[in-house]
Design a protein around this ligand. Structure first.
Ligand code: G3H
Ligand code: 13P
Ligand code: ZN
Length: 311
């Protein structure tokens, strides 16, 4: 099957109450692990590459690895730019065959974010490429911020409506309590997603696909395994699966996962190094790492996304 944009993928997800997994890819083993899982469970998938991933693997390698995935599988695959921060990066990806791009103008002021995002949408749509915008701050809420200030970190539902109309984006990443990385909540802080805000956004934008970034669950068993085999992760914690499942039945149609893949891979490599200190054949530690990525993606599809048999 050829690469597709995210339009129909996310529309179907909205209508049928599930979410499509958007997994960050950086190398061959990660792509293979994800593809094995989605092919086995017949799930659509978004393979997303950040600027860092494109630099690490090289633009041509990244594209060719995804082409190999596309040749081997018949599930719908979108190749998406994650956190594009300029028009030029988005244009470069669109011109080189990405089917979807994110323009992340969330660090700009509102008017600048609107202007940049609208410019990317206008260019992308000429080539049938879908665009994800972002509104709100996912950077994490600091202790010294008071209750009224806290609300300004979350996506404002009225502004979301205005933003979508002015920019013509195809999906919108919102801030409702998730954050990037493995340390989403401070020790003692309760994991909380603001479903009240999500409902307000949904009312303002009925039928419109919402995206959750920073949605790894930071699976405790993986953190424990990493530490057991010499790692030094602190009090890592993520978004409970039940909250993500609830969101995926609502207007959240794309759920981004990177940290859980990193944890799964690192746990298996550390274990292999610890148990087989004499080994220096990378295939012997990358194979279990790839299997672990497959297992984690299968787990997400079945327990969080609900995207099995939706290809
Ligand atoms: O949201 C960011 C993703 O986890 C990608 O991270 O920029 O280190 O590739 P990266
Ligand atoms: P996590 O760090 O929670 O996996 O989020 C990844 C992400 O949002 C990529 O854009
Ligand atoms: Zn993100």
């Amino acid at each position: 099957m050829s690469l597709v944009n995210t339009k129909n993928m996310l529309k179907k997800a909205y209508e049928e109450g599930y979410a499509v997994g958007a997994f960050n890819v950086n190398n061959m083993e990660i792509i293979q692990g994800i593809m094995k899982a989605v092919t086995k469970l017949s799930s659509p998938v978004i393979l997303q590459a950040s600027s860092g991933a494109r630099k690490y693997a090289g633009e041509i390698y990244m594209k060719k690895l995804v082409e190999a995935a596309e040749q081997e599988s018949n599930v719908p695959i979108a190749l998406h730019l994650d956190h594009g921060d300029s028009f030029e990066i988005c244009k470069n990806c669109i011109d080189s065959g990405f089917t979807s791009v994110m323009i992340d103008g969330s660090s700009l002021n509102y008017e600048e974010n609107v202007e940049l995002t609208a410019k990317v949408s206008a260019y992308a749509h000429k080539y049938g490429v879908t665009v994800e915008g972002e509104l709100g701050s996912l950077s994490g809420i600091e202790d010294e911020i008071n209750i009224t200030e806290i609300d300004s970190f979350y996506t404002n539902p009225n502004q979301a409506d205005d933003f979508v109309k002015k920019t013509n984006v195809d999906s919108l990443a919102v801030a409702i309590g998730t954050s990037h990385g493995a340390y989403k909540f401070k020790p003692g802080q309760k994991a909380e997603l603001r479903f009240d805000i999500l409902e307000k956004i949904e009312k303002k934008l009925p039928g419109f696909p919402i995206v959750l970034h920073g949605a790894s669950s930071v699976i405790p068993e993986l953190v424990e395994e990493i530490n057991k085999f010499g790692g030094k992760l602190g009090k890592a914690s993520g978004i409970p699966e039940s909250m993500l499942r609830k969101a995926s039945k609502m207007s959240v149609c794309k759920i981004n996962v990177d940290s859980d893949i990193r944890l799964a891979m690192t746990a298996k490599i550390r274990k292999s190094f610890f148990e087989n200190p004499e080994n220096f054949d990378p295939r012997k530690y990358l194979s279990p790492a790839r299997d672990a990525i497959q297992a984690i993606v299968e787990h997400k599809i079945l327990n969080v996304l609900g995207s099995e048999n939706k290809a």
